[in-house]
Write a protein that binds this ligand. Structure first.
Ligand code: GLV
Length: 325
């Protein structure tokens, strides 16, 4: 069994050592540009198009993260790049959900108890008690997948009303769930903290815009831990100016690292973190991926397979446009 691995910033020796240990007998190598030798499986994070092209032998591509958008993007830009029979598999949890729950809980508490305002007062040396926010500090979790579902559940521990939105109906005890585009506005109405955990697809690109901000409670908070392109940056800056959005915590950006001259760096009501809300944990991934490879080799079903539907629709759209042009 031949496996190629690509993750530019990883501790390569630790990853390769781990996979070799879990899959004795497998030939695991780091993919370098120009490597077109056969491979059964690819384990990648933000790999270039060239890695996937002309590899009909590939049985599965494992994405070293929760969001597989970078791979879907390769396919969207050049349909037919991914081998048609290869499964695309994303990581399932591997410790990421707990990290997301921590990040989201911190943001909700920070805004609910006004720690952000007290930090600003401290900088001015001012001892001043601010009125508390209303207890009904409704949190809306956008996206109820593996991570979003756990975040919604975890936030219930804070005693705040939690609601969630997903494309298809879900049931989570204690969480008020809205599903499908026709319930989107009802979901937004009354939300004080909006936490985005949607997958990035052509349908969700730019979803966090002026229209959405206008539906939230005036002075709402935004937390984006999904992908930068979900957010229309100019709309957020304008909403912050108007006070429609009181503050935002952003972990992901259209360009990463966030360019040095970006207004978010110095905005008094924007908190920036460098895409760390939920990091891929090596120990867990080194077990999960080989377990799935072994299951596939035995012909058993595995979890975490990415639904290609939206990519397929997009592929069709691109093909139609090309035909019409
Ligand atoms: C990180 O952004 C991930 O998708 O896992």
């Amino acid at each position: 069994m031949k496996i190629i691995f690509y993750e530019k910033n990883a501790d390569i020796d630790a990853w390769l050592g781990g996979f070799r240990h879990e899959l004795p007998g497998a030939d695991v190598r780091v993919w370098e540009p120009g490597d077109t030798a056969p491979a059964d499986y690819a384990i990648v994070w933000r790999a270039p198009r060239e890695l996937f092209a002309n590899r009909p032998d590939l049985k599965a591509v494992f994405n070293l993260g929760a969001g597989a958008d970078a791979i879907l993007d390769v396919e969207r830009k050049e349909p037919g790049t991914l081998p048609p029979n290869a499964k695309l598999v994303r990581l399932e949890d591997t410790g990421m959900a707990q990290q997301m729950v921590e990040y989201a809980s911190y943001c909700v508490l920070r805004y609910m108890r006004r720690f952000d305002d007290y930090e600003a007062l401290q900088r001015e040396g001012r001892w001043e008690k601010l009125p508390q926010h209303a207890r009904a500090f409704t949190v809306g979790v956008l996206g109820l997948g593996v991570l979003g579902g756990e975040v919604a559940k975890g936030l219930l521990n804070l005693g705040v009303p939690v609601r969630g939105y997903s494309r298809s109906p879900k049931t989570i005890e204690g969480v008020q769930v809205y599903a499908g585009p026709e319930q989107f506005d009802a979901f937004l109405h009354g939300v004080k903290v909006l936490i985005n955990l949607l997958p990035h697809t052509p349908d969700t690109e730019g979803i966090l815009d002026a229209r959405v901000f206008g539906k939230l409670v005036h002075g709402a908070y935004l937390v984006n831990v999904a992908r930068g392109p979900h957010l229309v940056d100019d709309d957020l800056l304008a909403a912050l100016d108007r006070g429609q959005i009181a503050a935002a915590t952003l972990d992901v950006f259209r360009t990463e690292p966030l360019p040095q001259d970006h207004p978010y760096w110095t905005h008094p009501h924007v908190s920036v973190t460098p895409h760390i809300s939920a990091e891929t944990l090596r120990e867990e991934s080194i077990v999960q991926i080989p377990d799935k490879i072994k299951a596939l080799a035995r012909g058993e079903p595995i979890g975490g397979i990415v639904d290609f539907t939206s990519a397929d629709t997009e592929r069709q759209r691109i093909a139609d446009n090309k035909r019409q042009a």
